[in-house]
Design a protein around this ligand. Sequence first.
Ligand code: MN
Length: 220
Amino acid sequence: MKYLKFKNHSEQVSVGKIVCVGRNYAAHAKELGNEIPDEFPIIFLKPASNVIFSGDNIIHPSYSENLQHEVELVLYIGEDIKNGTDEQAEKAIYGYTVGLDMTLRDLQFKFKEKGEPWTLAKCFDTAAVLGDVVLKKDYMLRGNEKILLSVNGTTKQNSSISNMIFNAAQCVKHISARMTLEKGDLVFTGTPEGVSRVIPGDKIEASIENIGTIKTQISK
Ligand code: MN
């Protein structure tokens, strides 16, 4: 079982389901040649067992030739929510962290072409990297924080969370209209443009302004 790591908080909370939003930044949808969702976000899941933390290594799966990074704002759900309103959705978000949605892009393209589920492109051990969760009582998101990722010191992703098509509360509201979110669940809110391939030996540093930084390395 995996437990969340908090900043300034000692409660033990196990990681629940991880709900990920796809194509939530227009410029990233465009770089992959995808349509931009308008009414409802694209949703997929990762298992809690995929989670590692800042400082741990990402293990490059041997069956992929194109492992890519996606830096994302991650929402920590602190109470159950089903069919929530905007206000209830905002209230259910207890905190935030930085996350990496590691993706096997070659497998994802193949699955998309065949109309098959993305599951194996998104779910593998070490595919979800998390930083420490900052609780809302310590920091309230403004909505225009910078989101950044560098590989070996070179900036690859550099945007603002104000570019999200569905904001944090809207993501939670939409997801809760389809499945109950529970305490310990996490919502990955999508990545900005600039995703790129990483190989064993590469060092990734990812940060969201006022939320935190994660550091990780790719290994075989
Ligand atoms: Mn993603």
